[in-house]
Each structure stands twice: as structure tokens, then as C-alpha cells.
Write a protein that binds this ligand. Sequence first.
Ligand code: ADP
Ligand code: MG
Length: 351
Amino acid sequence: MFENKDTTRTAISTLGEFGLIDHLTKHFKIEQKTTVLGIGDDAAILDFNTKKQVVVTTDLLVEGVHFDLSYMPLKHLGYKAVMVNLSDVYAMNASASQITISIAVSNRFPVEALEELYAGIQAAASTYKVDVIGGDTTSSNAGLVISITAIGQVDADKVTRRDTAKEGDLLVVSGDLGAAYLGLQVLERERQVFKVNPNAQPDLEQYTYLVERQLKPEARKDVIALLEELEVVPTSMIDISDGLSSEVLHICKQSKIGCNLYEDKIPLDPQVINTCEEFNMDSTTIALSGGEDYELLFTIKQEDFLKVKANPHLSVIGHMTKESEGVHLITRANTKIPLIARGWNALEEDD
Ligand code: ADP
Ligand code: MG
């Protein structure tokens, strides 16, 4: 993870809007051939002189709604904000090439805080090889607002939509599920302990994976490369931002099909299993409803099964059925229960 840095406080007003933009963006380098002109003019110039299709996606993150700065350091927030967007590009089976960053910021934030935010953005952009080509900067009366737009490219015959899964296809997920939500629970618990006893030393050692998944998620660019290498073009794909059940239901609804999802196939990290026991939570519920995993959920043709079988990054967790059969979880006890979309909020209300 990132290291913390002690900072002094310089008011944003000392730089002015243009000085601030220049200060924050001067280290960004252009690396993509498709970027003709980056930051500095009225608009960036891109040249996609290919047969590929261009994908565009935007996310808006609002302080107090999507993130809480009391446990999310700004550098991590910048990194995560980029990941959330790149994950959407990869979910189209596309490669990401450019992003724009727009921020609304109150004078509660010193220049040094924005430097941290941009250090995280820059780390993400350089690791994932995307160019930061522009954005907008404005003031806000209260919290911090960040909007990122990401641009990518994909061959027309490889693009993966949500509405193209077919009956009989297999349902596959990358990585493992539930850790990011539990990471947030761990951080929240530490914060409560700290409120009561400010001298308490946080003990996060047995939760490192969970906390990392919450604070520093990685978009699965590697899975897009893996699919290419395996010569698998998913019949549909979505990224897991709201939780597995919600995303399965999106694919089913938009593709007009049903699904049987097998509880015993859902991939869980040992830290998720242990922490669920400790917190007295059901790991399946956490995997289904936790959210923020940023894994990829996709369907493949049955004939591609051997290509993904036994791959350590991929788990086959179900199969698609007729729409009339509905969307069900087949439990370990072999009972069939209807899957419902329980997003992040629903889960919190239950606690
Ligand atoms: P305009 O007045 O035309 O909107 P700005 O002064 O807002 O121009 O922006 C100047 C340049 O800096 C533009 O290239 C813009 O895309 C870029 N830019 C502005 N704010 C940001 C930001 N927060 N992050 C990255 N680039 C930015
Ligand atoms: Mg502007």
C-alpha cells in the first residue's frame, strides 16, 4: 500500500485555479499513440484511426456518499477512483487508453491534500498505462467530489455487453469475492475503537488482504489479457461493483434469461471465511451483497469450458437457464432459493 506522508498546509488560493491545475498535472506523461494532445488546450485531441470501437464511461464519487476520508487516505482515493472507471472499461473487454479527472473541492482541503489525491491518480494512470488528458476544477461548498471519465477501445467482434448472454452459457467470475466489504467493516471497527481509546494501536495484521481490497482495489486488466490468451470471448460481461447477486441479476434481466448460481462454487479468500466467522456473518451473503470487489463476472459458451477450467484466476459458478426458470442460488444443502438484489445499502440496513 501507499506510505503516509506528513504535510504542511498551503491554501489553494495561493496558487489560483490555473496554478493549481498546472501544479497537479505537470508530472503527467502522454504514452498512448492515440493521444494527439493532452492537458492544456480547450479540449484534448484523440486519433482512433482504427477499425476498433471506442468505449466511454463516467463515474461520479461524492464525499460522504461514496467515500469517507476518515478511513480512506486521499492517495488511495485517487487510485481507487481511477480503478472504478477502468474496471468499467475492462468489463466491455476493451483496453483503456485515456481518462479525464474533474474535481470540486472546498477550501477545507490544502494544496497538499490534492497533491496526495493526484499522486494516487498518477500511480494508477502509470501502472495501467492510461493518459490523463484533461478534466475540470471547481470549488465546492462542502465535500470533495471527483468525476472520472475513461476511454478505451475494443474490436467490434470482441465487445462484451450485458444483454448478450445465452441459455446454456456458463457463468464465470475472476478472483474472489466479499473481501472489500469486510475490509470496510474492519476499518469501521478500528475507528470505533479509536474513538473510545485514541491510544489504541490498530491491529490489522490478520486483515491485510481485506483492508487492501477496500483501500487499494485493482481493476482486472490482467483478466482481459488472460481471456485473450485463452482465446475466450465472453458472451456477456459486467464488473462487480454492487455485489455478485445484483450483477447476476443485471445480466439475466438484460439478456432475458435465468441462472442457477452454486453457493459452493463462489470463490472466497481464507481471510474472508475467518473474518466472517469472527464477525458472525454469513460468507455467502457477504459475497453476494458486499460489493466493491471490482472482479469481472462473465458468461462463456459451454464449448469454452476446458479453456477456463482449473485456471487459478477464474471460477465457474453457475449456468444460464431459460428466463422462465428464474434466477436462483443453489445452496450447499441443495435447496434452491431465489436470488435478490441486495446492494450495499440493503446490507447495511440489516446490520
Ligand atoms: P476551460 O476553462 O477551457 O475549461 P480549464 O482552465 O478548466 O479550461 O482547463 C485547462 C486545462 O487543464 C484543460 O486541458 C483541462 O482539461 C485541464 N484540467 C482542468 N482541470 C483539471 C483537473 N482537475 N485534472 C486534470 N486536468 C485538468
Ligand atoms: Mg474547465
